[in-house]
Write a protein that binds this ligand. Structure first.
Ligand SMILES: CCCCCCCCCCCCCCCC(=O)SCCNC(=O)CCNC(=O)[C@H](O)C(C)(C)COP(=O)(O)OP(=O)(O)OC[C@H]1O[C@@H](n2cnc3c(N)ncnc32)[C@H](O)[C@@H]1OP(=O)(O)O
Length: 161
């Protein structure tokens, strides 16, 4: 790859993170402060760019751009980058639903290679609450046929918060 190509690879591209009709933008930092810096901390950077939304049923969703710095297999996202997104988004889904939690267990199934420099959608749902255990499921996809990853996230509420 020539030097000029490398420059254009890391140039600051504009990325469309707009949501679906009926989604309302969700102000995550006002709920959890700086806790989202690892994934969402550089909104104009070349790793992740994220924007969170809630639908009419208050499920949390996100548009996420996997930038060139998430690369693992050539041209595709590193599995750890996908797991980091699941950890943040599914944990945040529990907080957004009113549960102050940390993630106790996160299961990620990688279903298809995720091309970098692509905007994908994350959808989540609180599927059960039993005592301190809040189970959130999520998937990362670009359309109905193309699911990149599925996550099951067991969150545990933190006493006293
Ligand atoms: C201080 C924080 C400030 C936060 C400020 C804002 C934060 C805003 C965040 C926004 C969103 C970011 C999302 C990122 C989310 C992360 O990345 S959090 C960081 C990664 N996670 C961690 O570091 C957690 C580390 N683990 C722990 O701290 C402790 O193990 C836990 C999870 C709190 C549980 O410990 P514990 O309170 O002693 O609870 P324990 O009695 O062992 O278990 C309670 C129940 O949960 C079950 N359980 C616990 N762990 C597991 C497990 N791994 N598998 C299955 N079951 C389990 C137990 O079996 C038990 O079940 P029951 O007997 O009640 O049926």
């Amino acid at each position: 790859m020539s030097a000029s190509n490398r420059v254009s690879d890391t140039a600051n591209p504009s990325v469309d993170l707009s949501g679906e009709e009926g989604w309302n933008e969700f102000d995550a930092p006002s709920l959890v402060g700086d806790s989202l810096r690892f994934v969402s901390g550089e909104p104009d950077g070349n790793r992740f760019r994220t924007r969170y939304y809630r639908d009419a049923e208050q499920h949390l969703h996100a548009r996420i751009w996997f930038g060139p710095e998430t690369e693992g297999p050539p041209g595709h996202a590193h599995g750890g980058s996908i797991a980091a997104v699941m950890d943040e988004a599914l944990g945040l889904a529990a907080w957004a639903a009113g549960y102050p939690i940390v993630v106790g267990n996160l299961n990620v199934s990688f279903r298809a290679m995720l091309p970098i420099k692509k905007v994908v959608t994350l959808e989540s749902q609180v599927v059960s609450v039993e005592g301190r255990k809040v189970m959130i499921h999520g998937k990362l996809f670009c359309d109905e046929e193309t699911v990149y990853a599925e996550g099951q996230c067991l969150c545990i509420t933190i006493p006293g918060r």
